[in-house]
Write a protein that binds this ligand. Structure first.
Ligand SMILES: Nc1ncnc2c1ncn2[C@@H]1O[C@H](COP(=O)(O)OP(=O)(O)OP(=O)(O)O)[C@@H](O)[C@H]1O
Ligand SMILES: O=C(O)[C@H](O)COP(=O)(O)O
Length: 403
């Protein structure tokens, strides 16, 4: 894989360089609640701009449906990038249209532009190779060189991640270099006990990862939205909790396999459950009950792990040598449901293990709950991406950067 340093050594002055970043940051309206993913791409953007490149930064944000949707505009991220760089950053209000073309044409050497959310175009995420390819052609017209640095999205076979680098001379950015360097350690010579903590809301994406992790980790602690499919598979009532009903047989098989192979698969023993999802805007106090994990009322949903589970999980982390954690353990954006996530973060900080936190929201949770980033071994910008890397899968966005 060619590195950005090699690309820079070849000279980039006056060249239009397309940087595929992951600026998929958490937003409250138009306010960025955690800018970690923007800060993570700064070394690459700065290096290119300082070398006189005309830098075109592109990313997805959220999951819009292949058409413009103001709620998912990258404008706030572009503004924040400008603040962090300490320079004006131009913003194109479309991705491959008139605004993008004139914005990129207007760049002087060393200037930076951000184009609008790539997922406003159906071609970005299309499963159809021709449709993705056609969109990649349009993106390729905006640049001379490509730098892949959106580590959080390298597991997606999307036009800007996979098809575009095939059309332009390409290299891996600094962030991808750092992320792969650290995660490699977890796949090669991992120190044991190796504990993996899994939570979050992208349940269908992440359940599949457990298949591989059962052969790699010594302990798997399950929380967040992930937990309820397991609890249901055990025959418990989960009320209106997040549930992946079609995955119950799969999860049952995981539990059987874990038992046979001596992997500890640990599930919550108590839950905070409520009849309504909390208001994340006003953060008005929530009404919830704390119940045993097998006694979730049928009209309530689980929104955090309970106090006994927090203690149990902390004890399972205490003697670990390596911990990988992806996915908040509850709806941490609301203070009443942040306790489980805070407890796990604290357990990682207290342990002597090499700790890796992965995922946009997980990393955001750690920072917004007031933890010092330096108290963790590594905070990865990739959630699904880092999990799939640990699975040993070939990731489209990394494969595409190979020479
Ligand atoms: N019990 C729950 N019910 C519903 N949502 C939950 C629950 N527990 C956690 N969540 C939500 O999960 C979301 C984060 O999940 P997600 O899987 O996206 O994690 P992530 O760290 O961002 O990883 P990635 O980078 O792959 O997106 C948070 O917004 C949180 O509120
Ligand atoms: O948040 C993430 O994990 C990345 O930005 C990828 O987003 P996606 O899961 O919507 O593809």
């Amino acid at each position: 894989m060619k590195t950005i340093d090699e690309l820079l050594a070849g000279g980039v002055t006056g060249k239009r360089v397309f940087v595929r970043a992951d600026l998929n940051v958490p937003l409250d309206g138009a306010t960025i609640t955690d800018d970690g993913r923007i800060r993570a791409v700064l070394p690459t953007v700065k290096a290119l701009a300082d070398a006189g490149a005309r830098v075109v930064v592109a990313s997805h944000l959220g999951r819009p449906k292949g058409a413009p949707d103001p709620a998912f505009s990258l404008a706030p991220a572009a503004a924040r990038l400008g603040e962090l760089l300490g320079t004006d950053v131009a913003f194109a209000t479309d991705t491959v249209g008139e605004s993008a073309r004139t914005t990129v044409d207007g760049l002087a050497d060393g200037q930076v532009a951000v184009i609008e959310n790539l997922r406003f175009n159906a071609g970005e995420t299309s499963k159809d190779d021709a449709e993705r390819g056609a969109f990649a052609e349009q993106l390729a017209a905006l640049a001379d060189l490509y730098v892949g640095d959106g580590f959080g999205a390298v597991h997606r076979k999307h036009a800007s991640v996979y098809d575009l680098p095939a059309r332009l001379p390409h290299a891996a950015g600094h962030l991808i270099g750092t992320e792969v360097g650290v995660l490699k350690k977890l796949t090669e010579d991992v120190k044991r006990p190796y504990v993996v903590v899994l939570g979050g809301a992208k349940v269908s994406d992440k359940l599949a990862v457990i298949d591989e992790l059962l052969g790699k980790a010594d302990r798997l602690l399950i929380g967040g939205g992930m937990a309820y499919t397991f609890l249901k598979a055990k025959g418990y009532e989960v009320g209106i909790s997040l549930l992946q009903e079609d995955q119950i047989p799969v999860v049952t098989e995981y539990m059987e396999r874990a038992e046979k192979s001596g992997v500890e698969l640990v599930l919550p023993v108590d839950i905070l459950a409520s009849s309504e999802f909390p208001d994340l805007k006003t953060k008005a106090p929530a009404e919830f009950v704390t119940v045993d994990a097998d006694k979730i009322p049928s009209d309530k949903e689980g929104l955090d792990i309970g106090p006994r589970t927090r203690e149990l999980y902390a004890s399972k982390v205490a003697d670990a040598e390596t911990v990988f954690w992806n996915g908040p353990l509850g709806v941490f954006e609301h203070p009443d449901y942040a306790g489980g996530t805070r407890a796990i973060a604290q357990a990682l900080v207290d342990s002597e293990a090499f700790t890796v936190v992965g995922g946009g929201d997980s990393a955001a949770a750690v920072r917004t709950l007031g933890f010092d980033e330096n108290a963790f071994g590594h905070i990865s910008t990739g959630g699904g991406a880092s999990l799939e890397y640990l699975e040993g899968k070939t990731l489209p966005g990394l494969a595409a950067l190979e020479d």
